[in-house]
Design a protein around this ligand. Structure first.
Ligand SMILES: Cc1cc2nc3c(=O)[nH]c(=O)nc-3n(C[C@H](O)[C@H](O)[C@H](O)COP(=O)(O)OP(=O)(O)OC[C@H]3O[C@@H](n4cnc5c(N)ncnc54)[C@H](O)[C@@H]3O)c2cc1C
Ligand code: FES
Ligand code: FES
Length: 470
């Protein structure tokens, strides 16, 4: 774990802290990558962690006077999915964010964090690279912009210096003549890192392709362009035949490796398949159909965020849990899950995988369902937290709890608190969900014994009988 945990409120304060930073200082945003790395022992001698989620004016998506779109550092994947601006101006990014993990994880994981982690499998890199986005990096030395296309010198390496904060992503919106598709291939539909992903953006004049960009993930040490396919597509008529030939050329540009998610030959072949699929979506104009408008996010809109006063005394946590404001003193070096279970004494949230995969630890943090095993404990300070113990009101079980009992949607019960929390939050957001929305809402929760039919039936019944709002 870390020695010191900082929660600055301004960008200037972050930059100040970074200017004194050594190699053992890390920024933390959503923590969905960093907390896993800490848990896996990658950061044994971490000195300082700088939590930027309390920084004011760092969570906006907006279009400036010149028409450029900005995504600031604390914008999460779910913020993108709530943004009409992104859906209209950067549809491939919207499509990609929908495919990142689960609603709980997307409530914390930031788009900037996804870019800085620099895995060639990360989902937002291909669309943002295809849109030629830039990153704005700030430090005591000033501000600079780096094109994402020049940000990755090698495997998991970036052009960011240790004293730099990525303040925002900036890009031109797609023109009305442009359309784009993002496709991800993974071992399952949600909660899976990409075996492969790709993004195709075409600039069209009627059926003629005026310009083409094809980016491919997980087939080289960094996300790469399919240069042969891009060149071939320019000046061609968009058709099934063109799609087939371009996808063959795209596969030739891959340099995949074999790993646990797929063999090199499989990856090369499947890249051809998904590039052709992406192009065929554009041929038939159905690229946006695969992502719902206004998908389940398991949060109440933007939620709210309490800001601590001045420099935080890291030996002190004041927090509101299940409606009670509580004070704690001591050393807070673990996860929110452990803090709530061991210090606060609410043991309903369960440690399952402890790496964001199973949802058994789901709690609400400032109105959003999150996987608490990946939230640092200090983030509880000045936060509003609800656990499964806080769901029943005045002795009345929540309708989801009642229907889980009525439908026998529980066997060993280990996963149940997580499912109930996800479903109850969905009911706040979507009192009358479709079956697909229910499945989306629990896509971040795993059950190894009951099976999912009874769980879905229980949630459907709760929605019919319980009527939404808590
Ligand atoms: C269970 C699970 C499933 C996942 N599924 C997917 C998936 O389907 N697709 C996918 O692409 N990814 C996936 N991920 C990876 C991860 O969730 C994303 O990469 C996420 O977007 C990272 O954002 P974060 O805010 O959590 O980053 P953090 O963990 O907070 O930070 C990641 C890195 O970026 C640095 N950093 C963060 N913000 C800044 C900043 N503003 N300036 C400078 N440096 C910064 C941090 O120091 C750290 O090195 C998954 C992770 C888990 C645990
Ligand atoms: S997701 Fe937190 S314990 Fe599994
Ligand atoms: S009821 Fe046992 S894991 Fe779900």
């Amino acid at each position: 774990m870390w020695k010191n945990y900082h929660m600055p409120e301004t960008v200037d304060h972050v930059i100040d802290l970074l200017s004194q930073a050594g190699s053992q200082t890390k920024i933390i945003a959503g923590g969905t990558d960093l907390m896993v790395e800490i848990r896996d022992g990658k950061w044994q001698t971490l000195e300082d962690v700088i939590d930027i989620t309390r920084v004011r004016d760092l969570d906006a998506i907006y279009q400036d006077g010149d028409g450029l779109v900005h995504i600031q550092a604390n914008v999460t994947h779910n913020d993108v999915l709530r943004s009409e601006l992104i859906r209209q101006t950067a549809s491939p990014l919207y499509q990609a964010c929908y495919r990142v993990s689960s609603p709980q994880l997307r409530n914390r994981a930031t788009v900037v964090g996804n870019l800085v982690t620099a895995s060639p499998a990360n989902d937002t890199i291909p669309p943002l690279m295809a849109m030629d986005a830039s990153l704005v990096l700030v430090s005591k030395r000033g501000e600079r912009q780096v094109r994402l296309n020049e940000f990755y010198p090698g495997l998991r390496k970036t052009a960011k210096q240790p004293d730099e904060l990525v303040r925002e992503i900036v890009f031109k919106p797609l023109k009305t003549s442009q359309k784009g598709s993002f496709i991800k291939q993974a071992l399952r539909k949600t909660q899976a890192i990409a075996t492969l992903n790709c993004c195709v953006i075409l600039d069209m004049q009627d059926d003629l392709i005026v310009d083409a960009v094809v980016t491919m993930g997980s087939v080289a040490p960094t996300v790469i362009h399919a240069l042969g396919a891009e060149e071939f597509l320019r000046g061609k008529l968009l058709s099934a035949e063109t799609a087939r030939r371009a996808s063959e050329l795209a596969a030739l540009d891959t340099r995949p490796i074999t790993d646990v998610r797929g063999g090199a030959d499989y990856r090369q072949y499947m890249m051809q398949v998904i590039v052709e699929d992406a192009l065929m979506e554009l041929v038939e104009n159905r690229q946006d159909e695969k992502v719902p408008i206004n998908p389940v996010t398991l949060s109440q809109g933007a939620g709210w965020r309490a800001v601590p006063d001045g420099e935080w005394d890291q030996a002190h946590i004041e927090t509101t849990i299940n409606g009670q404001t509580l004070q704690f003193a001591g050393d807070f070096k673990g996860t929110l899950l452990n803090f709530v279970r061991e210090r606060v004494g609410y043991s309903g949230s369960k440690p399952g995988c402890e790496e964001g995969e199973c949802g058994a630890c789901t709690m609400y943090l400032d109105g959003k369902a999150v996987v608490s095993c990946l939230v640092p404990a200090p983030r509880a300070h000045m936060a509003n937290i609800t656990t499964i113990e806080g769901l029943a009101e005045e002795g009345q079980l929540h309708p989801v709890q009642t229907e889980f009992i009525n439908h026998g949607a529980v066997q060993c019960g280990y996963c149940t608190p997580g499912f109930v929390m996800a479903a109850a939050k969905m009911m706040e957001e979507k009192p009358h969900p479709s079956e697909d929305e229910i499945k989306d809402a629990i896509s971040g929760n795993l059950c190894r014994c009951t099976g999912y039919y009874k769980i879905i039936q229980a949630i459907e019944a709760a929605c019919q009988n319980g009527g939404g709002a808590l």
